[in-house]
Ligand binder design. Sequence first.
Ligand SMILES: CC(C)(COP(=O)(O)OP(=O)(O)OC[C@H]1O[C@@H](n2cnc3c(N)ncnc32)[C@H](O)[C@@H]1OP(=O)(O)O)[C@@H](O)C(=O)NCCC(=O)NCCS
Length: 430
Amino acid sequence: MNGKAELIIDNQRLELPTTIGSEGEVGIDISTLRDKTGAITLDPGYGNTGSCESAITFIDGEKGILQYRGYDIAELAAKSTFIETSYLLIYGELPTAAQLAEFSALLTDYQMLHEGLRFHFEGFPPTAHPMAILSAMINAASSYYPNMVSGKTRVERFPHHAARLISQVRTIAAFSYRKARGLPVIYPKTSLKYTANFLHMMFSLPNEDWTQNEDIVRALDLIFLLHADHEQNCSTSTVRMVASSRANLYASCSAGVCALWGPLHGGANQAVLEMLEEIHQEGDDGTRFLNDVKNKVGNRRLMGFGHRVYKNFDPRAVIIKEQCDKVLSQLHKSDPLLDIAKKLEEIALHDDYFISRKLYPNVDFYSGIIMRAIGIPMDMFTVMFAIGRMPGWIANFKEVLEDPHSRISRPRQIYTGPTLRSYTPLDTRG
Ligand SMILES: CC(C)(COP(=O)(O)OP(=O)(O)OC[C@H]1O[C@@H](n2cnc3c(N)ncnc32)[C@H](O)[C@@H]1OP(=O)(O)O)[C@@H](O)C(=O)NCCC(=O)NCCS
């Protein structure tokens, strides 16, 4: 690529510059297209559209590569922790020992919710989905920290708000679980590290502490780390879009939670378990279900398979599959749903329908099974994803915040509705 692209439109030749990323990806800069030709690009689902330049995460979907700030996901999964990786994503470099200690201290300082905020939980009915509670509570938190909204302090206080959000998303998540089950809330413990503290708030009782199991803590920490960022996916793009309007960090991340909720995005891990349960209840071993999927009966999909970007394998799925086997054997759990999952995987990986469409297991296929084994209820699965994704959203928010050329995101459209017509009075309408 010579740094230029040419477009011919109605015999008019337009030269467009290209931008080459640090991993060699090419972007054709069409920012002058509409001005010069009156035309726009049309790319529903944005499969060919780069919405920004970003230095946070690199994905090569064809080769199954995922890197955070240049570090391979497998190396981070083997050597790092969720909190260290969160720092890396937000600030660009692995922390020194002093920086990590400072970051951890901020997380501890901010782990308690404002007592006023705690009362908001009372307003939710027991049927409330924890994702509804999570997004509402994150947004509500912004009203307790009004200095986040104004220009200069917004930048200066960013490290505090970032740490508060990473710390409190886990407290809010655990409180929402306790509330939905009519259990008393359990406050965080300063002595516990991030993920262990979360499990303590979920599963301790007022009269009995949850017993820490290192393998379980590590498995959940790994799930958080593997979900920590994934470049311009639906929720991250949403966070950036909201941030582009200069909305505050809490409002932007709350919108990210809403975008994550859907079953084609973060809701997929819950959808995987629902699918496995349904197959089990129908007395099927997965074979009948897969035939329905292939014949598109009721538009059924094999949840946990396929990805918009990964077209050969999802590198996170490879790591999490190994952890999944470890946790299940450690807990001596045999699970009929796991047997169905293994059967579905085995058939689908050798079936032409899935091979020809490049559909492979994604991270959600296995993470749901691990979370079920740990005892996390199904309606909390997407919340786990949100806890993990928080540093990625915050890192992307920071890029927008610090970009001197940032403009409000405002796509165009091709209008397909009626052309100009006259108003018909009510009594003459047919
Ligand atoms: C992730 C996902 C939304 C990506 O969608 P996409 O890139 O837009 O792919 P499309 O919806 O265009 O699908 C392309 C083809 O594969 C099929 N397909 C895609 N995912 C499928 C799945 N999980 N099961 C069965 N068929 C699937 C589509 O039906 C379509 O088939 P067709 O060519 O016969 O019409 C999609 O694969 C999906 O719905 N997966 C299940 C949900 C999931 O696990 N999401 C988590 C992602 S991390």
